[in-house]
Design a protein. Structure first.
Ligand code: N01
Length: 533
């Protein structure tokens, strides 16, 4: 059987685009299949009002080409979705990527042919015929939060008005002027979009099952002097970022919150609060390791709610009860203050689920809420959802679904036993969602490209992890997750948001530096843990 491409890449977000560029640079042929009409991945689909990145723009950007870094101008501290999408398109144009990308094409199945040592990849084109291509390698770049979760609320299909999911927002936008809107969910997507939708809608009713922690973004236009300074020192900033667990260049206070006197502790929290953003969780080194330290941080944030929200009942309902950092910390602009608006109502459904969706609204807590449209800010089947939508078949016809029926098991979050020549960019078992995605993506892409080059140089055509290496990595991922409080509570990190999903802490929480070191050791030892044939 002939081989059409050295590699098939699934997805044209930041992972898929850089993978294509890197493989081309190394002289490999590659074809990217992308379900959307354009590049950008997350930033192509998540177009809800207020969508923006919670990692600062100058850090949430590619670093593989210093010229790209220098020429691109970010306008705000946190880039908006449209700006990020413009950046993705600029990258696609600058490196002439589109000629190897097939848009509106979804990969449905990929079968490993053990005789020819290649992948047979089946695709379906929107409105077109199915097709098959063959490739030596398949590389998934489908994103960790790309399979939207639509909860099975009774009656959802009976609703007569439009229903929008934040993770699959209409490209033409939505005009909420004069509309009554029901929002289900209070995660990051809801917390970003609620303040913006509230400015337009006639009335917004927010159905909250779990109150969430959020810190202010303090977003602002980027000062040209600051940008000049960043650009002059980009390499150093990127180097520092790689020494931080989250791959983000912010200062981590090495002190323990419990061992710090109260006055100093509050001063630290307040300083981080005033600066804004995810760095709040780096106020102390033990916020996710020690119950008391965590409670200090949680109490600090909880106390802020009453200072902003005027109605005591609403303020009390907005107070999160779980640990801070259990779910990803949200970063907001005016979220709590939005509940002071006369056109916004919070409905606390923590004690009983939404009874049903009716043709004209929702029924919850024995009350009917009439709405013109529904917004589902209900998140994603994270980390494994998109991968398991593709019918991957490895050795002996085993499916990835069968292999992962007790939760995802990988070697380095990159590869899976019995699925030779399959690589996953930011797969489960890698730092991915616990880090700045861009440096994590680039590290994976570089690892994969170097690996393919090594195989070519050695005259090898097959690489796959050995079971012992995978078991050891899975054990290590589990062990480090057990050290932190994060694995003790319900979140999408452990699959708790999807009924029936195995409860496993999916990302690697050991931090980016430890992960990079582990990968470097594997390479230095001649791809230790892999079998090459
Ligand atoms: O999704 P979520 P998200 N009835 O899963 C609720 C990234 N992100 O899209 O908590 C009622 O966090 C659910 O309730 P509960 C970021 O990593 C980044 O907001 O399960 N409610 C929850 O409130 C983030 O963590 C940015 O009790 C139901 C909400 O829906 C991740 O994406 C921006 C329900 C879902 O929250 C996911 O965020 C946005 C039901 N049946 C997102 N089912 C950046 O800033 C679910 N819910 C980069």
């Amino acid at each position: 059987m002939s081989i059409d491409f050295d590699a098939v890449i699934i997805g044209a977000g930041f992972g898929g685009m850089y993978m294509l560029h890197k493989l081309r640079q190394k002289g490999f042929t590659a074809r990217v299949f992308e379900a959307g009409k354009g590049v950008g991945g997350t930033w192509y689909w998540n177009r809800y009002p207020g969508a923006r990145c919670d990692v600062e723009s100058v850090q949430y950007s590619y670093q593989f080409d210093p010229d790209l870094e220098q020429e691109w101008e970010w306008s705000e501290r946190y880039a908006t979705q449209p700006e990020l999408l413009r950046y993705a398109n600029h990258v696609a144009d600058r490196y002439d990527l589109r000629r190897d990308i097939r848009f509106e094409t979804r990969v449905s199945r990929a079968v490993f042919d053990e005789t020819a040592n290649l992948w047979q990849v089946e695709t379906g084109q929107v409105g077109g015929a199915a097709a098959k291509v063959t490739a030596r390698f398949v590389i998934t770049a489908m994103g960790c939060l790309s399979s939207p979760n639509t909860p099975k609320i009774p009656g959802l299909e009976d609703f007569e008005g439009p229903t929008y999911h934040t993770g699959n927002w209409p490209h033409e936008g939505v005009d909420f002027t004069g509309k009554t809107v029901g929002v289900i969910g209070t995660g990051s997507s809801a917390i970003q979009s609620i303040p913006v939708m509230a400015e337009q809608a006639k009335h917004l009713t927010v159905f909250q099952r779990t109150a969430n922690y959020t810190v202010p973004a303090h977003n602002k236009p980027l000062d040209p002097g600051y940008v000049r300074e960043v650009k002059a020192n980009y390499r150093e900033m990127r180097r520092r970022a790689k020494t931080k667990p989250a791959g983000i260049d912010f200062t981590i206070n090495s002190a323990s919150a419990v061992e710090t006197p109260e006055e100093e502790r509050i001063r630290q929290f307040q300083a981080r609060w005033d600066y804004g953003g995810l760095g709040f969780m780096a106020s102390f080194s033990d916020l996710l390791l020690n119950d008391d330290s965590n409670r200090f941080a949680a109490d600090f944030v909880r106390a802020k709610i009453g200072e902003v929200v005027k109605d005591p009942k609403t303020a009390a309902a907005l107070v999160p009860k779980n640990i801070i950092g259990c779910k990803r910390l949200c970063v907001d602009t005016g979220y709590w203050a939005t509940f002071n608006r006369p056109n916004v109502t919070l409905v606390d459904i923590s004690d009983e689920p939404i009874e049903r969706i009716t043709p004209t609204g929702l029924r919850a807590k024995g009350e009917d809420f009439a709405v013109d449209c529904l917004v589902l800010a209900t998140g994603f089947d994270a980390m494994t959802g998109a991968l398991l939508k593709v019918d991957f078949r490895g050795r002996g016809g085993i499916t990835l679904k069968e292999r992962w029926n007790e939760g995802p098991k990988t070697y380095l979050g990159l590869t899976v036993v019995d699925f030779p020549n399959l690589f996953m960019i930011t797969g489960p078992g890698s730092p991915s969602v616990l880090t700045n995605m861009l440096p994590s993506i680039e590290q994976h892409v570089d690892f994969i490209a170097d690996c393919l080059e090594t195989l070519r140089n050695k005259g090898k055509t097959v690489i796959e992890p050995v079971p012992e290496a995978q078991e050891e990595w899975v054990g290590h991922v589990g062990d480090v997750s057990n050290i932190t409080l994060r694995s003790t509570c319900s979140s999408w990190y452990v699959g708790a948001n999807i009924p029936g999903k195995p409860r496993v802490f999916m990302p690697y929480i050991g931090g980016l530096p430890a992960y990079i070191q582990a990968c470097e050791k594997v390479v230095a030892n001649g791809y230790e843990g892999f079998a090459l044939a």
